[in-house]
Design a protein around this ligand. Structure first.
Ligand SMILES: [Cu+2]
Length: 586
């Protein structure tokens, strides 16, 4: 009840918010962002034509005094972070130009670019591996496309300022599930800074109405929720908050979780770039026709913020009909008919996506899209209750730009047996852990580990080519992932999806797929560490290659909470097995 009490107060708070404090006017148009309190804009849609989507994106940045740095993906039409829309089987050709300048030294980017051309030497972006705040690359989160250069390779691929435009070119697999995916940089050590500053965009594989006819004909709305450094870091919490929050900082320098659901958040949130800043959270606006049924496709593109979304009308949580998680329809096992999971709140970890049906409020009622608090553990960041958008019903509200096909042709049934029915080739154990530089100082620097049981905990080493795990393409594996730290982590693996089997050792009934999963924090009391057990699918030949699994809290990933996996072609595995160096592949 206490949570709802706060949310009731969130709307009146808008009246107290002072224009001058939150003024967003920028002296420059580079990476321009909408103002606080404005209508949530729809990202521009770039759609494939004749089975090809050709996109030119430029990565730019701007640094201004007393504002968080802004980085952006700029399309040729001037739009930022467009939504890339393709069908299974379509070809994506994305040319990425790096125009980044180092925010800590405004001229540095230019200087670097000049050096580059002056020496005439450009390192090959495919093999450079040179990663800095001004290097960039792209990860296509959720897609099962090969981890090779110009496709979805992030270990060596690094594009520098001054490099010519870099071409990403791959075909969306015919069997890629329809749903919400996303693109973002994956520069080791700098992912958090780049994503916090705004580098992320949605990608939609079309045809979800062909997978689940319940959403056929619905207007669709893409909502990208990002986090950013606090606009008002020194402001005290709003007086309406019912508890006095602790103002402690955690070892990462963010507001520490105080477990109350209130207080200063570690980061501000924005929704389609409309900021909703602490401490008053003046809401952005979503306009909708009264009672209109819509399909909302929500991406948590935050670097470190967990979401727990709810829609409230007259303070009552509304039913949200979940159709897909992490880009995969919930009914993709083929055994569930037009399954819809009705919930009144939905947790979305950093990197996760949720796609659900929601009905607009009746005329005269203004609803709220909120995120409820997430308890991230004593070592975690504070993710308090806060409003994101007001949902305003009006008869003349414009329809969203895009509507799903009203009479879809169903997809052909899957060729491969459902993952849940395949026996795993082996079971592995991994664990998240953290180590303080000074065990007696909780605010000292932390090293982050994601370790295969039996190996020595080591932060991810980008210069090492030795995989922690070697898998044979065609296999299905079960992994148990423990959390031995006092904060929540989100496991993510590239190139494939997985199914959740157990939580805390108790089986769960989840006949669907994810690509991010929370692993609950250790509270120091239980006899066993919290764990999840997942079943991973390495049957797709596109998964062959070397790629990563990691925590999707980007400061953890940047800090070393990442491991290397090599998926070997089914045939080669037989001959190279004796020489395989991977310690885990016993
Ligand atoms: Cu983590």
């Amino acid at each position: 009840m206490r949570k709802l009490f706060f949310l009731m107060l969130a709307v009146p708070c808008v009246a107290f918010f002072s224009e001058s404090v939150f003024a967003q006017k920028s002296p420059t148009d580079v990476c321009a962002r909408p103002s606080v309190g404005t209508v949530v804009p729809e990202p521009e849609d770039l759609r494939s034509q004749n089975s090809v989507l050709k996109v030119n994106l430029t990565v730019r940045s701007v640094s201004e005094p007393s504002r968080p740095d802004r980085f952006c993906y700029l399309a040729e039409d001037g739009s930022e972070s467009p939504t890339l829309r393709l069908h299974p089987g379509d070809l994506l050709i994305l040319n990425l130009k790096n125009d980044l300048a180092d925010p800590s030294s405004p001229a540095a980017g230019d200087a670097q670019a000049k050096n580059h051309s002056a020496t005439g030497k450009t390192s090959d972006p495919c093999t450079s591996g040179s990663m800095s705040l001004t290097s960039t690359n792209l990860h296509f989160h959720g897609l099962t496309v090969p981890a090779s250069c110009h496709q979805d390779e992030v270990l060596k691929t690094s594009i520098q300022p001054g490099d010519p435009s870099f071409e990403y070119r791959f075909r969306i697999p015919e069997n890629e599930p329809p749903g919400l995916y996303w693109y973002h940089p994956h520069i080791h050590g700098f992912s958090k800074a780049q994503v916090l500053a705004g580098l992320s965009g949605a990608m939609i594989i079309e045809g979800i109405e062909r997978a689940n006819a319940e959403v056929a004909g619905l207007p669709e709305r893409v909502l990208v929720i990002r986090d950013q450094d606090l606009l008002n870091p020194n402001a005290p919490p709003n007086k309406s908050e019912p508890v006095i929050p602790k103002m402690l900082l955690d070892h990462d320098g963010d507001a520490a979780n105080n477990g109350t659901g209130f207080g200063k958040p570690a980061k501000d949130l924005s929704i389609n770039f409309v900021p909703v800043p602490y401490p008053d959270y003046p809401t952005s606006q979503i306009k909708i026709k009264p009672g209109d049924r819509q399909f909302w496709r929500v991406l948590n593109a935050s670097a470190i913020t967990y979401l727990n979304l709810a829609v409230l009308y007259k303070k009552v949580p509304q039913p949200l009909g979940i159709v897909a998680l992490d880009g995969v329809p919930l009914n993709s096992s083929g055994m569930m008919g037009n399954y819809v999971d009705w919930q009144n709140h939905i947790g979305v970890p950093p990197g996760g996506r949720v796609e659900f049906m929601v009905k607009g409020p009746p005329l005269g009622v203004t609803g709220l899209l909120v995120t409820r608090t997430v308890d991230t553990g004593v070592g975690g960041e504070n993710d308090p209750n806060r409003a994101l958008a007001s949902i305003e019903a009006s008869a003349d509200a414009p329809e969203p730009r895009s509507t799903l096909d009203a009479s879809p042709k169903p997809f052909a049934p899957h060729v491969l047996p459902w993952l849940g029915s395949v026996a795993p080739a082996r079971t592995r154990m991994l664990y998240f852990s953290e180590k303080l530089l000074d065990p007696n100082d909780p605010n000292s620097a932390t090293t982050f580990y994601l370790t295969v049981d039996g190996q020595t905990p080591t932060p991810f080493d980008p210069s090492s080519d030795v995989p922690n795990i070697v898998v044979k393409q065609g296999d299905v594996e079960d992994w148990i992932i423990e959390n031995r730290s006092t904060e929540l982590h989100t496991f993510h693996i590239h190139q494939t999806h997985f199914m959740l089997l157990d939580l805390f050792g108790t089986p769960v009934n989840e006949p669907f797929l994810r690509d991010t999963i929370n692993v609950p924090f250790y509270d120091g009391k239980t006899l066993q560490y919290p764990s999840v057990k997942i079943r991973l699918d390495f049957r797709d030949p596109n998964a062959v290659g070397t790629f990563v699994y990691h925590c999707h809290l980007l400061e953890h990933e940047d800090g070393g909470m990442m491991g290397l996996i090599r998926v070997e072609p089914a045939a080669r595995m037989q001959t190279s097995r004796t020489s395989a160096a991977a310690p885990s592949d016993k």
